[in-house]
Design a protein around this ligand. Structure first.
Ligand SMILES: Cc1cc2nc3c(=O)[nH]c(=O)nc-3n(C[C@H](O)[C@H](O)[C@H](O)COP(=O)(O)OP(=O)(O)OC[C@H]3O[C@@H](n4cnc5c(N)ncnc54)[C@H](O)[C@@H]3O)c2cc1C
Length: 286
């Protein structure tokens, strides 16, 4: 566990919110915006749920005090989706209300497929009364094109990602090129949605710069400005490209994780790239 703690530093600046805020201040100097996530999921007690919500409320105030272009990104199972869905929704609404006063979005992450429908449905309910919520959709899921059509009338904020969980072939594309094709098709649909409805906000949550380029080219062909979409990447991954894209005039946002419950999250980062396992093992050496 000690080596993992050392290795995880590659993906998070520290366990405290203060570390995350300091990292965001450094990003700001390079014209990179930030989003914050306190790592954790599937909590098992209501008191933990309420503490997570209180933490994020305070975090919003700290982001505002630090004058950052920062948003928060949360997991519904961290806010009690396994325990009390009505309470989860009211916490999301409370956070959105606080963020609205600061003109920020509250992003809802997408978890494993056991939660997809409930996450989309909760987002739909909250979005009907509050503009400043966004949701993550996963390109590897076969259902996602349908979800995009379903959400389009709401003029939603969508973060498109490839998807980080192991899902069966019956519901998810398995091959890398199928997932990539799906990602580009969905991003294209999002560009058209935004052309038709200015409320639509697009986040491309990927480090795959080879995929971002054709999407940027399409946006240009559609005569859309560079800020028609935002590239969102994780802290510590492809930092050179984050800076390059920002310098080229694209909107870039770095997702900064913090907190002590990093283990499951860190394991997903290792699974995404075998080279990371080698990197992690090297940390075991003295
Ligand atoms: C801002 C953001 C939010 C996300 N939110 C969610 C979410 O809510 N739900 C969800 O299921 N998934 C989420 N993800 C994770 C996502 O689904 C992918 O698992 C992850 O982004 C890796 O895929 P990729 O698009 O970067 O492409 P890949 O094809 O995996 O990677 C492209 C290239 O990027 C680099 N790279 C990618 N991952 C890593 C890594 N871990 N370490 C080092 N280099 C790497 C490598 O150079 C690789 O060749 C999020 C990702 C980001 C960036």
């Amino acid at each position: 566990m000690k080596f993992a703690r050392r290795a995880v530093r590659r993906f998070m600046p520290g366990e405290d919110a203060t570390d995350a805020l300091a990292a965001a201040a450094a990003f700001k100097r390079e014209s990179i915006a930030s989003e914050f996530t306190r790592l954790g999921e599937n909590v098992t007690t209501i008191s933990e749920v309420d503490a997570v919500a209180d933490h994020y409320l305070a975090m919003l105030d700290r982001i505002a005090a630090a004058q950052l272009d920062g948003e928060i990104s949360l997991k519904l199972t961290h806010l009690g989706l396994d325990l009390d869905e009505a309470r989860t929704q009211s916490h999301v609404e409370r956070l959105a209300d606080r963020a609205a006063g600061q003109r920020r979005i509250v992003w809802i992450d997408m978890e494993g497929s056991a939660y997809t429908e409930r996450t989309v449905a909760l987002f739909e309910r909250v979005r009907r009364s509050r503009q400043n919520v966004g949701v993550c959709l996963q390109a590897y899921l076969r259902r996602t094109a349908g979800d995009l059509q379903r959400l389009a009338p709401l003029g939603p904020a969508i973060r498109l990602v490839k998807g980080a969980y192991a899902e069966p072939a019956s519901i998810a594309f398995q091959k890398k090129n199928e997932v990539n094709l799906s990602f580009v098709a969905l991003a294209t649909a999002l560009l058209h949605m935004r052309r038709a409805d200015e409320r639509v906000r697009i986040g491309l949550g990927t480090h795959d710069v080879e995929l971002i380029q054709p999407i940027a080219d399409q946006a240009e062909a559609l005569r859309m400005p560079k800020d028609a979409f935002e590239v969102q990447m994780l802290y510590g991954i492809r930092a050179d490209h984050q800076r390059r894209l920002a310098r080229e005039g694209y909107r870039v946002r770095a997702l900064i994780g913090y907190g002590t419950a990093w283990y499951a999250w860190y394991m997903r980062r290792l699974a995404e790239r075998p080279a990371n396992v080698v990197f992690a093992l090297r940390q075991m050496l003295p």
